[in-house]
Design a protein around this ligand. Structure first.
Ligand code: GDP
Ligand code: IMO
Ligand code: MG
Length: 427
């Protein structure tokens, strides 16, 4: 079975936890897009891991972990992450990196920062990891790929062609130009260490499909950060939708069997951009503290708001979400003023989709339904029936307004703090 995990909001929905949980049934775990802008938290017992580039299947020695062609990879940071795992005794793993994945180079990071600064009050609020500039070079056909990096001579040739162009751009933006041989000497060493992992991962996935292996595609970011369908320009530079998985991994679309939308019980967003249900009050602060809503990557305080089902329904439509995993449900315990947004008002009209322009989206006013609070601790619940009535109503309301079954309910960060209503990943 091939299962896709998609963030249904603005990222940080708990994709890492679900990937780790469902990964127990997986033979292969694949990251298909983004790079170390992602921060996926996994709690194994009392040990906390924050993965950025490495797939969340890395802790299981039997799982093949794939960084596919659609990713952008910072080799220096990926190695740091890998060494960090090794130093914490995660030594027995299988890792495969696509020779077609693009390499985040030092100039991408400098350019990310420089463009943000130039944009001033219109900045995106990026993670400053060089993601946008690296994808821009891919589209502009001046990118460097993992296959180039691990070929010592080839790498020098590509760098000789690319660096003068990038140095011009850096100079134009008032940045210092970079020295060819300094970068070459540093990065060829990363290439040497990573070479044993680099291969044609599309062929690998073809084999896994032929052998009917269980493949889990671990999405990064969220649907509203999609370059094509998100709250543009306040988005990332790749597409975190289910539709992007075939392109970003080199498998045919017909092989995707099921899509799980990961949905926080409320909404968060990091960085700038519209957020209709945002709470600028004490309740927002309370949810932020309870949910530890601070970025895994940049440690920025996440913006917090009520659950927005217009957003979730939009993600459903774009990706074809078959099941929902409702995350951080425990955080809502004891919150008296519980609301869920079911539509927006735009210029006096009710709408149930996301408008394309920023100007329109910024004008949208949420229409809420109000629900009753529950006060009982739900972290020990392992079945739906054990939940308080009010909590059941909250879940039933989500199902009613989205038409999607909430098949997974997460009541705490740990693996076992999970309610499974339907086994969706079958061997
Ligand atoms: P991702 O980027 O989608 O993988 O999500 P992040 O890891 O950035 O953020 C999710 C945060 O919520 C992490 O700190 C998780 O440990 C935590 N988390 C996940 N599920 C639950 C849950 O059900 N309850 C609580 N309290 N925390 C959770
Ligand atoms: P995970 O996988 C939340 C946001 C950034 C910024 C915008 C563009 O952990 O859910 P970028 O550096 O990608 O050019 O930044 O996208 N962003 C995320 N927000 N979770 C993420 O990943 C994110 N990855 C990027 O904050 O607003
Ligand atoms: Mg995250």
């Amino acid at each position: 079975m091939r299962l896709v995990i998609v963030g249904s909001q603005w990222g940080d929905e708990g994709k890492g936890k679900v990937t780790d949980f469902l990964g127990q049934q997986a033979d292969v775990v694949v990251r298909s897009q983004g790079g170390n802008n992602a921060g996926h938290t996994i709690l194994i017992g009392k040990e906390k891991f924050a993965l950025q580039t490495i797939p969340s299947g890395i802790f299981n020695p039997h799982i093949m972990n794939v960084l596919a062609n659609g990713m952008v990879i910072n080799p220096k940071e990926a190695l740091k992450e890998l060494n960090g795992l090794i130093s914490r005794n995660v030594k027995d793993f299988k890792l495969y990196i696509s020779n077609r994945a693009h390499v985040i180079m030092p100039y991408h990071i400098l350019l990310d920062g420089a463009y943000e600064e130039l944009k001033g009050s219109h900045k995106i609020g990026t993670t400053k990891k060089g993601i946008g500039p690296c994808y821009a070079d891919k589209v502009n056909r001046i990118g460097i790929r993992m296959g180039d990096l691990v070929d010592e001579e080839g790498f020098l040739e590509v760098l000789k062609q690319t660096l003068p162009l990038k140095n011009r751009e850096l100079k134009m933006l008032g940045q210092e130009e970079l020295d060819l041989m300094t970068i070459y000497n540093e990065y060829k060493e990363y290439g040497k260490i990573l070479k044993p992992y680099v291969c044609d991962t599309s062929l690998l996935l073809e084999e896994a499909i032929k052998e009917d292996k269980n493949i889990l595609f671990e999405g990064a970011q969220g649907s509203m950060l999609c370059l094509d369908h998100g709250s543009y320009p306040y988005v990332t530079s790749s597409s975190p939708t289910a539709a992007s998985v075939p392109l970003n991994t080199g498998i045919a679309p017909k092989y995707i069997d099921h899509c799980v939308g990961i949905c926080k019980a409320y909404t968060t967003r990091v960085g700038e951009g519209p957020f209709p249900t945002e709470l600028h009050n004490e309740l927002g602060d309370l949810i932020r503290e309870r949910g530890h809503e601070y970025g895994t990557v940049t440690h920025r305080a996440r913006r917090v708001g009520y659950l927005d089902l217009v957003v979730v329904n939009y993600a459903k439509r774009i990706s074809g979400i078959d099941s929902l995993a409702l995350m951080l449900f425990d955080v809502l315990t004891g919150i008296d003023e519980l609301k869920i947004c079911v539509s927006y008002n735009l210029d006096g009209k009710e709408i149930k989709t996301i408008p394309a322009t920023l100007k329109e989206y910024e004008k949208c006013v949420p229409n809420y339904i109000t629900l009753k609070a529950w006060h009982e601790d739900i972290t020990k619940a392992r079945t739906f029936e054990e939940l308080p009535e009010e909590a059941k109503v909250y879940i039933n309301t989500i199902e009613k307004y989205t038409g999607i079954n909430v098949d997974i309910i997460s009541v705490g960060p740990e693996r076992n703090e999970t309610i499974i209503r339907r086994q969706i990943f079958k061997k």
